[in-house]
Design a protein around this ligand. Structure first.
Ligand code: ZN
Ligand code: ZN
Length: 416
């Protein structure tokens, strides 16, 4: 026996049955983003490693532990993108998209990569839906993207979702807060996990992202950023909340919501599902007003969110498909050819048809059609070929009728 090759640890196949749901969810997401004036931007899956080091921040967990980095044959250090925003920012600067009349509103749906410890529900290759807006400082845009996310979830019939919001301040007000946070964390040092102990010095905000339950409990007592916001950040946050109320969106202030990435400024938010538990947001995002500048681009603010597509799909209720599907059963060579021609005609009219080229009895073919969930079975035998009349069976009602080609077309157009 030859040795079998399996999928790489931390990756998974999305099999056809599941892929249908993915297609539906992705199509609805794309449609919703387009409705709000976003356009798709496709960037490469791998980029120079520096891009993500710079963008995601040297002290982010993503950079320290989780980047999928490798050397290519020329010895360059490349990284499979762990997130989308740095690539978009690079692309905007590279193509000077900010000089174009089109709004800087982009979306993308595709795979990201993180070399995380594989565990249930977490993969090294995972899909994200991302949206980004650049050059709009008004907190109304912060509220609009939250409203858009909410609209998308509504379209997908996702219920039981809570919206959490916070502000993480800016380069003017955050340092004072970080100082206070360090003092608070230092007092609790001995009770924190080794990872969090290290974060006290490098980036105390990251303590709030720790998955260890005892750390989460302790962190609840740490100083809250809300009290340290400068006037500008406070006003921005207040207006953001006012616009959310204007949209009649219920939300909860979560002063420790910092998100796992260094570049956020001002607004941060998350959508959490009661079905998934508080640690697993379906969607999260925030502002990154300094990012473009730090990448050597113009001083243009930005905001966006990322959806974990796998998590989203796990909370989207499944739907029965509405479109019909016809299974063609035949007996004998002549009937097969007639069948081949009939499905060609029906497919050209937009009906999904399946004819299988494997010798089977009629009974066997009928039971396959049943198993596959066919809406109709069209039976072609030698008599039928001779007379130009076929047996069309409606699988829902069980009614079988003799019909000509024209009658078949008519019946099918009427629907199941
Ligand atoms: Zn500030
Ligand atoms: Zn910890």
């Amino acid at each position: 026996m030859k040795e079998k090759i399996s999928a790489i640890k931390g990756t998974k196949d999305i099999l056809p049955k599941e892929a249908r749901k993915w297609q539906r969810v992705e199509a609805i997401a794309r449609r919703v983003f387009e409705l709000y004036g976003y356009r798709e931007i496709r960037t490469p899956i791998f980029e120079a490693t520096e891009l993500f080091e710079k963008g995601t921040g040297q002290t982010s967990d993503i950079v320290i532990k989780e980047m999928y980095t490798f050397h290519d044959k020329a010895g360059r250090s490349l990284t499979l993108r762990p997130e989308y925003t740095p690539s978009v920012v690079r692309s905007i600067i590279e193509h000077r998209l900010y000089l174009m009349p089109e709004p800087l509103r982009f979306y993308y749906v595709g795979p990201m990569f993180r070399y995380d410890k594989p565990q249930k529900g977490r993969y090294r290759q995972f899909d994200q839906g991302d949206i980004e807006v650049f050059g709009e400082m008004d907190p109304a845009v912060d509220a609009e993207i939250v409203e858009m996310a909410n609209f998308l979830l509504k379209k997908l019939s996702v219920t039981g979702v809570e919206i959490l919001v916070n502000s993480v301040g800016c380069s003017a007000c955050r340092p004072t807060y970080l100082k206070e946070l360090r003092v608070g964390a230092e007092k609790a040092r001995d009770s924190l996990c080794p990872d969090c102990q290290r974060k006290i010095k490098t980036n105390p905000l990251r303590i709030f992202d720790c998955k260890v339950e005892s750390c989460r409990e302790i962190a609840k007592g740490f100083p809250k950023i809300t009290k340290y916001l400068c006037t500008e950040c406070e006003e921005h946050f207040h207006k953001f909340c006012t616009y959310l109320e204007f949209y009649k969106l219920p939300f909860k202030l979560e002063p420790h919501l910092v998100r796992g990435i260094d570049y956020y400024t001002k607004t941060t938010f998350e959508f959490v599902s009661k079905k998934l538990g508080a640690q697993d947001a379906i969607l999260g995002g925030g502002r990154y007003d300094d990012m473009m500048k730090e990448f050597g681009g113009p001083d243009i603010c930005g905001i966006g969110f990322a959806i974990g597509m796998g998590r989203l799909i796990s909370v989207v209720p499944s739907k029965k498909r509405k479109e019909g599907f016809l299974y063609l059963a035949y007996l004998g060579e002549e009937a097969k050819k007639t069948g081949m021609e009939l499905v060609q005609l029906l497919r050209s009219k937009g009906l999904e048809c399946l004819i299988e080229f494997k010798e089977r009895s009629l009974k066997n073919q009928m039971s396959r059609a049943n198993k596959l969930g066919a809406t109709w079975v069209l039976i072609v035998g030698e008599d039928e070929v001779r007379e130009g009349k076929y047996q069309l069976k409606n699988m829902a009602t069980g009614v079988q009728k003799e019909a000509t080609r024209e009658e078949i077309l008519e019946m099918i157009q009427e629907g199941p």
